[in-house]
Ligand binder design. Sequence first.
Ligand code: 13P
Length: 257
Amino acid sequence: MNRRYRKTIIAGNWKMNMTATETKKFAEDMKKIMPRVKWCEVVICVPACNISTAMKAFKEPRIIVGAENVYFEPSGAFTGEMSAAMLADLGVKYVIVGHSERRQYFCETDQTVNKKVHAVLDAGMNPIICVGESLEQRETGITDDLIAMQVKSALFNVSAEKLRRCVIAYEPIWAIGTGKTATSEQAAEVCRNIRGVIRNLYGARVARGVTIQYGGSMNPKNAAELLAQADIDGGLIGGASLKPEQFLDIINAANGE
Ligand code: 13P
């Protein structure tokens, strides 16, 4: 983390978990244990059908509501999809774009990720752009090139002004939901390289202001060490964000330094 130059953001990604009823219960439980958090922004990205419920329920534990996906077209015959304007109108602040599960199961490509990034930014929201390599890609030694390509493609035609609202989440696919976390050195190295890519594109001043998260089996045990790395400015947390105590422990771990 480097709070002098950029925001620390602890974000949950609930994926396809939690009903509206469970969302209210989670908020009640969080309310009982959550301190007034000043050291980071706390976000939870919830399934689209729970956004309105979360928007009300998360007011008191002071959790910012995010979405897990968006479609890039502004409106029209796209059955089942949601536009950025629809999400913004509900009060959504952050939208996850390009999660590896969407790339893997729903044919998301670097090009559609870029279109979604623009849609989110144009609607005044902040994209959390996910990048990450598979185990095979890591073992082939192409991690740095691949991540650089994902970052460059996602940010294609994004102005420096708008880049300030972008968050990058480095999520190695092999560490997601596997209980296998990247070592803090591995995570720090990739996050440093991501900042390097942004520096080459936008210059040092802009690059140092960008929040870069780590995601992939982040939990109360490993969070402090990961967050202590200079270029890791937060976490994108799946499993551990479903449990109030664990999520709180990670929020508190961001209070180090
Ligand atoms: P886990 O924390 O469950 O590994 O999920 C990480 C993730 O994919 C967050 O987007």
